[in-house]
Design a protein around this ligand. Structure first.
Ligand code: B1M
Length: 230
């Protein structure tokens, strides 16, 4: 028999982190069965905001650490892809409520930023976070989505020649595609600035492939763009 989970914690951020880690999206979602009829990441993130918890705290103290735990459990084979996917869906359901706060940073746009997860790679949580934070920093963001190849990046740059480009990759295999895209962009738009990031990416790799900057996290990306226009 599956025992119903009674939250042992009274802190809303702990509850939210628990929901993300467990893949509990919202009250009506049937997964996981032992959390049936309980609030999920959707309701708890909304409630946290209503209670005055800062969006940054929701992100940094609940959502990001929860996803890091999911990653560690996956590495140790304690959970598998379906659980990881449910956790990602739960995180995205919380992000829906945070997005307006990150987007309301400034009204006057500082410039354009094209972002995409490189070809072969479907991970978009980190990319979406970076996009949201940059939008909150006052930039117009053109989000090309996931599995984005060279042609799509070049087309977006043709249409927005002054834009800064951001490439995200989460797999060691797709990092190679990052290199191809950087080379193609630099050939056609030599003045374009390219920012790269993602869990397996390093500053050393950035220098090796000729990108302009490596940011380990969204704030690093925001800071880089800020100093480009200051
Ligand atoms: Co995937 N996956 N996954 N996965 N997945 C990883 C990345 C992995 C490390 C898990 C592991 O083995 N421990 C591993 C990669 C191993 C490697 O290559 N080194 C892995 C694997 C193997 C796979 C599959 C191949 C699994 C399979 O099918 N056997 C498969 C690949 C699919 C594909 O892309 N073609 C796969 C699939 C999936 C899901 C679809 C189930 C899901 C993605 C859902 C989605 O994104 N919509 C998923 C998830 C959720 C993960 C983990 C658990 C979490 C990733 C995540 O969202 N993290 C991840 C393990 C981990 O990271 N520990 C894992 C939270 C996010 C906030 O962090 O994306 O790193 P991150 O972004 C950070 C920074 O990197 C940075 O800012 C963000 C915030 O700090 N950043 C940038 C990111 N992009 C940036 C761009 C910038 C600047 C900073 O400038 C432009």
């Amino acid at each position: 028999m599956i025992n119903e989970i009674i939250f042992p914690m009274d802190n809303i951020l702990e509850k939210l982190a628990y929901c993300v880690e467990s893949g509990k999206i919202n009250k009506t979602s049937p997964y996981p069965p032992n959390m049936k009829d309980q609030d999920g990441a959707d309701e708890l993130s909304k409630q946290a905001l209503e209670e005055g918890v800062k969006p940054d705290d929701i992100l940094e103290k609940a959502l990001i650490p929860a996803m890091a735990n999911v990653g560690n459990k996956f590495s140790k084979k304690e959970i598998y892809v379906p659980q990881m996917l449910m956790a990602a869906k739960a995180m995205n359901s919380a992000m829906v409520h945070l997005k307006p706060f990150f987007q309301s940073g400034e009204t006057k746009r500082k410039g354009k930023f094209i972002i995409g997860t490189v070809s072969g790679d479907l991970h978009d949580i980190g990319k979406n976070l970076v996009a949201m934070m940059i939008e909150g920093g006052g930039w117009e963001v053109i989000d090309l989505g996931v599995d984005v190849g060279t042609e799509k990046f070049l087309k977006a740059l043709d249409e927005n020649p002054s834009a800064v480009v951001g490439l995200s990759a989460l797999l060691t295999t797709t990092m190679e595609n990052m290199k191809k895209i950087v080379i193609a962009i630099k050939e056609k738009h030599s003045d374009s600035k390219i920012l790269i990031g993602g869990a397996p990416v390093t500053n050393e790799y950035c220098m090796k492939i000729g990108a302009d900057f490596y940011a380990p996290d969204p704030q690093g990306a925001v800071n880089y763009l800020k100093q480009l226009v200051s």
